[in-house]
Design a protein around this ligand. Structure first.
Ligand code: HEM
Length: 369
């Protein structure tokens, strides 16, 4: 692997460790009698997935992009992902809870700082939306540091991921030259969502319902105006990415529907799980599957050539999540447990397919095929 990727590799490894440990904690929470490895793992499932895995990965991606812009001279940009990655590592150890939470909060502050720099260079609606997403992560982590229970702050964490993705889609849709009214509609929906989060600080139930309404509208906007509607007619990787996007957006709308319907009634259990995983697995992981063949090469310098096998983990993600959601709805315990376990298997399959594809591409290049 080239020298210039030396900073990315350990940080990617920290993010991957958080993902694996987080998923293990998730299946333990579903009642599978697997070895616990670390006793506090199930309780740390949410923080490991959001801050440890996705926070570190998103911060790293931004740091790499900015650093390339500066010809690789700004190593301090890596401070954010480093802090959130260390924060995840500290969750495994017997430190007082404030220590990993402080690291995670500083990591989030690092991402906000990167977006301040990005917005100073190029202030566009999409960069502002992604910067706002980073700010929501910072607020969520700040609440976590202050001792707020996770069910109360998890909408802020969801907002971080949703606005990061929505901002990126807006950025890629610039070529479509949407009419000003369409872009204003997008900004209005984002404002409604943030208003819901702010309201949730004083009236949790009402705030969540308002934010849920905004998520339904956002999903509809993305389905209607995303460039994926056109690129789905192309072939290969472009078509695969569009399929990931267009099958992920309905999950965002379903999640929004549950937020609108149930509001703040649940703080644990099957309905709570639906409200979270429709968004985190259905929406966010569809995006991850779609963008991995682009992001992994940018972060690690390895090529991930498209293969039709990619559709396998995408299809299995949707099927296993549907099984889990329906079982949660029907309060059918075995389906809920198997659905959750399959969710983890699908993510492992995705990681294995990506790794094998990269290794094969390297071997091909080395032998000059
Ligand atoms: C891969 C398979 C996964 C499994 C088996 C799993 C399992 C679970 C379970 C059982 C819960 C508790 C819900 C309840 O009270 O019944 C939970 C909560 C949660 N999950 Fe997952 N999950 C998975 C994936 C994810 C992903 C991908 C994310 C985020 C990207 C995520 C984020 C969360 C969060 C933030 C919570 C709330 C934690 C809390 O309240 O302490 N999960 N998950």
């Amino acid at each position: 692997m080239p020298q210039r990727y030396r900073w990315q590799i350990p940080l990617m490894a920290l993010a991957a460790l958080a993902l694996l440990a987080g998923m293990w904690g998730g299946v333990l929470r579903l009642g599978w009698q697997f070895p616990p490895i670390i006793i506090r793992l199930p309780a740390q499932h949410g923080p490991l997935m959001i801050s440890g895995f996705l926070g570190t990965l998103i911060s790293l991606e931004r740091a790499v992009a900015l650093n390339q812009y500066e010809n690789g001279r700004r190593l301090r940009y890596y401070l954010g992902p480093l802090l959130s990655g260390i924060g995840a590592l500290l969750l495994f150890l017997a430190f007082p809870p404030t220590i990993p939470r402080l690291f995670a909060t500083l990591g989030a502050a690092g991402l906000v700082w990167l977006f301040v720099i990005i917005n100073r260079r190029q202030r566009t609606a999409d960069h502002l939306v992604m910067g706002l997403g980073a700010l929501l992560w910072l607020v969520g982590n700040g609440l976590w540091l202050a001792g707020t229970p996770i069910f109360r702050l998890v909408p802020w964490w969801a907002g971080f991921l949703i606005l990061t993705i929505a901002g990126e889609r807006l950025e890629l849709g610039r070529v479509l030259l949407h009419r000003p009214r369409v872009r204003q509609l997008f900004v209005g929906i984002v404002a409604l969502f943030v208003a819901g989060l702010l309201l949730s600080l004083v009236a949790f139930d009402a705030g969540l319902r308002l934010a849920g309404l905004a998520l339904i509208l956002l999903g509809a906007w993305l389905l209607r105006y995303d460039i994926a509607r056109r690129t789905i007619r192309q072939k290969g990787l472009t078509c695969f990415i569009a399929t990931c996007l267009l099958t992920g957006y309905p999950w965002l709308m379903i999640g929004g529907l549950f937020w609108l319907w149930y509001g703040g009634q649940y703080m644990a259990g099957p309905y709570y799980s639906i409200m979270l995983h429709t968004i985190f697995l259905g929406f966010v992981f569809s995006m991850i599957f779609g963008h991995a063949p682009i992001i992994v090469p940018a972060l690690l310098g390895v090529q991930i050539p498209y293969s039709p096998i990619f559709y396998l983990h995408l299809a299995l993600l949707h099927v296993s999540l549907a099984l889990r959601v329906v079982s949660d709805l029907l309060l059918w315990l075995p389906g809920r447990r198997w659905g959750g376990l399959l969710n983890m298997v699908v993510v492992l399959l995705f990681m294995a397919v990506t790794a094998v594809t990269a290794i094969r591409a390297r071997q091909k290049r080395a032998t000059g095929d």
